[in-house]
Design a protein around this ligand. Structure first.
Ligand SMILES: [Zn+2]
Length: 96
């Protein structure tokens, strides 16, 4: 399970970088992460698909992140949105 434990997490203007405990380094485009926010609102409500309500977003910055338990990360975006919970196993999978 070391491949789902983040050791260091940092970010810049464009990307989020996660170094996992097994040594792998992954980078994620912030705009893509924001557009793929898994919260109900961004998915366009019940029965919507991921990205349905976020396609109009053209630029985004990350203001902060925090861990949610042991299984996910929560981001605070520059549009003040922070309800998306990003599962670590999903983030890791996106990097494989
Ligand atoms: Zn969202």
């Amino acid at each position: 399970m070391t491949d789902q434990i983040p050791d260091t997490i940092r970010y810049d203007e464009e990307k989020l970088y996660i170094r996992w405990r097994d040594g792998r380094e992954c980078s994620y485009n912030l705009l893509e992460l924001r557009r793929n926010c898994p919260c109900a609102m961004c998915m366009g409500g019940h029965g919507g698909s991921i990205g349905a309500a976020t396609g109009h977003i053209k630029e985004i910055k990350l203001n902060a992140w925090k861990k949610v338990g042991r299984y996910a990360l929560q981001f605070t975006w520059s549009d003040n949105h922070d309800t998306g919970i990003y599962r670590l196993d999903e983030l890791r999978k996106a990097c494989e």
